[in-house]
Design a protein around this ligand. Structure first.
Ligand SMILES: Cc1cc2nc3c(=O)[nH]c(=O)nc-3n(C[C@H](O)[C@H](O)[C@H](O)COP(=O)(O)O)c2cc1C
Length: 264
């Protein structure tokens, strides 16, 4: 499927693992980073003539991440193009497909297919145990196989729309919390720069000479990538995470929005 392209956003690697699985099954070009595309002269070059465009992203606060929303809002769309969206989540999604559909409909297209895949959580509530990680990985592969078949056949589906109110409530509650998120860096920081590498918003600067701790600017997506990927667990939010998690099949350099992906 060379006339197809797949965009992804991923903080802790779950959505990238799904995107890589799908591009491999569908024999598509490698997935394209949304944060990486957004700084290019033409962020939508791959989608311009594609007959099929997909998005893979995590559920954030019951819908799609802000950066993904901004990317799709600005995207030139065509009614004859097949659009699909795959979300990864921990407990439940609500509005992500509804919201993508609304954005596309505003421009005369629509979301043809949506499916979600349950993955290990990255909100720091439960420590990931090896058996659950393995089970989720197997389930992800099974679901990705079903999704790729549906997408290859340009299948249409009716994605969930029933819990819109619940989704709006969760989004409203958690967006109040988001505004108050602040991060602390403790003395175990080694200035390794991984936090800056994985930050989708290029919001972190690290002084490699070691003079000062990582500095955050004001473009934080609150995706928690920096906290989870820090090898020294030196970063924390004001609500401490009980556990750290990142997808075991992904390396932090693959999340660098400005690096070309090496699908391994
Ligand atoms: C800020 C934030 C908000 C989240 N909100 C939800 C949510 O509303 N529902 C849910 O099931 N999971 C939620 N999650 C969990 C992620 O959707 C899930 O772990 C996802 O697989 C992470 O994908 P990634 O590794 O590609 O970033 C949230 C995670 C973060 C960091």
């Amino acid at each position: 499927m060379s006339a197809c392209c797949l965009y992804f956003f991923s903080a802790t690697g779950n959505s990238l693992a799904v995107a890589l699985e799908l591009t491999s099954l569908l024999q598509m070009p490698e997935p394209i980073s949304i944060p990486g595309s957004m700084v290019l002269d033409d962020p939508y070059a791959a989608a311009r003539n594609a007959e099929c465009v997909g998005f893979v992203f995590p559920v954030h606060r019951a819908t799609l991440p802000e950066m993904v929303r901004g990317f799709i809002v600005e995207m030139p769309v065509r009614p004859d193009c097949y659009y699909f969206a795959i979300s990864t989540y921990t407990l439940f999604g609500c509005n992500e497909f509804w919201d993508v559909d609304e954005i596309l409909c505003a421009q005369g297209a629509r979301l043809n297919y949506g499916a979600s895949i349950q993955m290990m959580g990255n909100v720091g509530l439960l420590a990931p145990d090896t058996r659950t990680v393995q089970r989720r990985r197997e389930q992800m592969r099974e679901q990705a196989a079903e999704i790729s078949e549906a997408v290859a056949n340009h299948q249409e589906n009716y994605f969930r729309r029933s819990n819109k109110l619940l989704g709006r409530l969760v989004a409203a509650f958690t967006s109040m919390r988001r505004r108050s998120i602040s991060f602390k860096v403790d003395g175990s920081c080694t200035r390794c720069g991984v936090c800056a590498q994985v930050c989708p918003a290029q919001n972190i600067t690290v002084d490699k000479d070691g003079a000062h701790a990582p500095v955050r600017s004001d473009k934080c997506e609150a995706c928690l990538a920096c906290v989870h990927w820090c090898p020294a667990n030196a970063l924390s939010t004001q609500t401490p995470l009980h556990s750290h998690y990142h997808n075991p099949d992904i390396k932090p350099e693959q999340l660098n929005p400005h690096a070309r992906l090496e699908s391994s």
